[in-house]
Design a protein around this ligand. Sequence first.
Ligand SMILES: CSCCC(=O)/C(O)=C/O
Ligand code: FE2
Ligand code: NI
Length: 193
Amino acid sequence: MAILRLEDGTTYTQLSDIVRELAPLNVQINCWQIGDDPELRDLLAQDILSDVEKEQVLKALDIYFQQLATNAGYQERDLIALHPSVPNLDTMLSKFDRVHTHADPEVRYIIAGEGIFGFVRPDGSQVELTVQPEDYINVPAGTEHWFYLTALRQIKAVRYFTSREGWVPEYTDREIRFRAASVDLRSQSLLKS
Ligand SMILES: CSCCC(=O)/C(O)=C/O
Ligand SMILES: [Fe+2]
Ligand code: NI
């Protein structure tokens, strides 16, 4: 279930509120059910998936890919699985944790773990959106955003492509003013003390 945090600390968890707050960016957010198939749930609980297992997961969720292919011409999908034992995880994440855009829409369906997208709204305010299983997000081409993992350091997401070239990050020099996860980490450390 998605969580949106504004710079003033306001937090939204209702999908309708989040849709409203992200509307100025035309960022689409929705909740797509994963279902309760035990074999799929077991695969999603594994950190590491073989290529065969990844394809099994993708096929189980292809109903959504078919909708995107029919309605919006999406051509390909793959599954990204990030977890603490991925070699050079921090190097990979460093590609996304600076403000960047893509020439194509960034379309992700979160199916395990969680991650945080940051956005700059037209009024200059910055917001951060924690995405979790069943959250679907479509970030329009050219939208400034950043992405990083929470303290869980684990996410599985289906990536949908209209072309492969268009998702390469194009960096902007926008400064990121806050990180909600650090707020969480700070509050967690406060809770611990
Ligand atoms: C959750 S998919 C990994 C992040 C990514 O592809 C991207 O471009 C984030 O901005
Ligand atoms: Fe991105
Ligand atoms: Ni949800």
